[in-house]
Design a protein around this ligand. Structure first.
Ligand SMILES: [Zn+2]
Length: 443
């Protein structure tokens, strides 16, 4: 009776494929190795890997060294690290052109450090009281000007309208975290900046790197298909530190996403000497938690032609099967392309059920680094083997909470799917007639 019931359950969850013992190269993916990598990346020493931070830089150096040891080729010319230089706020400047003349503002007027170097011209200066939609009208980016005292909260509300910069005369004592430059004007200067004022804003690059994407690749062996690439990616940043919970300030980000980062290394280790027709790129992104900064930079400065990127396996939170059960993984944006079904067919041979999560697959397609790629027409999906557990973005997302045995089995299933897709003459595709398919055709 027991056996019959067991067989019935198995038949129900695994499609009609024979589960085969993992091939020798897939057995190189072990719970021990995954555990060691997650323990390092999510250690307190790395302080939650905020973008930018010394902890993130340490993680980048660790990943680049691992790529080198694996014998992967550098993806960015001769380098494995690529990213913007820090802004040089000591050389920042702005010019305001109004009806009465030009105001030149030096670095001492900048009250915060913008997160990226900037070179912006012809920004329309609008009063902060202008309607919300005024700042996004037309093609001219805008600057919001608030004369008089402003509270921290009111300033944060202005920032949510995403102006290119904010001008104030009486900033609050404590500033909110802002992504755009904040500059101080005198009340007299502010009074001159009536309608029609334009601003030019320059924050040059400094010499030090702001943050890095880490990337390497395995070259394909097929004379034609080697120019095409699959990507295996994961973001290696997290959110740093925050208010203490039970005395712990560090958001270690073990599942999010030291797990995916370690999984990508494990896939590279399994496939490094396999004959692969397509090339396979292994990329770790910075700044996912700050709005996909690293992946957006990558697609804006692609080291490999976008039109030759055939699919992206973005590994996100693969260490905590708590809610979804073991030996499972789900794919975001399942219905948008044939990617999920193709991954599922191969992962089933490794005993891994890959499926469309009834709630999260749709909801989270736009929730990770696959999205900037999909917008550019690359068949790009995230794969997860867990869910938004209660330690998500909390200090409790620690390396000790992951199920490494399950993770190893899931990552073997993913590696098998990467290998099969790398050798398949037919690349996956977005569903015809969708915006995604149109973006793919435009590449
Ligand atoms: Zn994540």
């Amino acid at each position: 009776m027991k056996t019959v019931l067991f067989a019935f359950v198995l038949a129900a969850i695994i499609p009609a494929q024979d589960v085969v013992a993992p091939a020798a190269h897939l057995q190189r993916i072990t719970a021990e190795a995954l555990k060691a990598d997650v323990h390092f990346l999510a250690s307190d020493e790395l302080e939650g890997r905020a973008t930018p931070s010394p902890g993130l830089d340490k993680a980048a150096a660790f990943l680049a060294e691992r790529h080198e040891k694996l014998g992967l080729k550098p993806l960015f010319g001769n380098a494995r690290l690529e990213g913007p230089m820090r802004p040089d706020t000591s050389a920042a400047s702005a010019r305001l052109t109004h009806a009465g003349g030009v105001l030149a503002l030096g670095a001492e007027r900048f009250l915060n450090t913008a997160s990226q170097p900037l070179q912006l011209k012809q920004l329309a200066v609008l009063p902060a009281e202008a309607p919300d939609n005024a700042s996004s009208e037309g093609s001219t980016a805008s600057v919001l000007l608030h004369a008089g005292p402003i509270t921290r909260d009111a300033l944060a509300r202005l920032a949510r309208r995403r102006p290119a910069a904010i001008l104030v005369t009486e900033p609050p004592a404590e500033l909110p975290r802002l992504r755009m430059p904040l500059l101080r004007l005198t009340p007299e200067e502010a009074a001159q900046c009536t309608a029609g004022t334009h601003m030019e804003l320059t924050i040059p690059e400094g010499k030090e790197r702001f943050a890095s994407n880490v990337g390497s690749f395995l070259p394909g062996s097929d004379p034609v298909l080697k120019d095409s690439a699959l990507l295996v990616t994961a973001h290696y940043d997290h959110i740093g530190t925050g208010p203490p919970v039970d005395g712990d300030r560090i958001r270690n980000g073990a599942d999010d996403d030291a797990s995916g980062t370690s999984a990508a290394l494990a896939v590279a280790f399994a496939l490094k000497d396999r004959p692969l027709k397509r090339s396979v790129l292994f990329v770790h992104f910075y700044g996912e938690e700050s709005g996909f900064l690293g992946s957006r930079r990558f697609v804006e400065h692609p080291p490999w032609p976008l039109k030759n990127m055939d699919a992206m396996f973005n590994l996100e939170m693969v260490g905590r099967p708590d809610d979804i059960g073991k030996d499972c993984a789900w794919v975001t944006g399942w219905t948008l392309s044939d990617f999920g079904a193709r991954v599922a067919a191969v992962s089933a041979t490794q005993g891994i059920r890959c499926y469309e999560h009834p709630r999260l697959s749709k909801m989270l397609f736009g929730g990770s680094d696959n999205f900037p790629f999909a917008e550019k027409g690359v068949v790009a999906h995230s794969i997860s083997a867990g869910s938004l557990h209660k330690q998500y973005h909390q200090p409790g997302d620690e390396a000790s909470t992951l199920d490494y045995e399950n993770m190893a089995r899931v990552v073997r299933g993913i590696a098998a799917a990467v290998e099969a897709m790398a050798n398949d003459a037919v690349a996956p595709a977005f569903k015809p007639g969708t915006n995604w398919a149109e973006a793919a055709a435009r590449r």
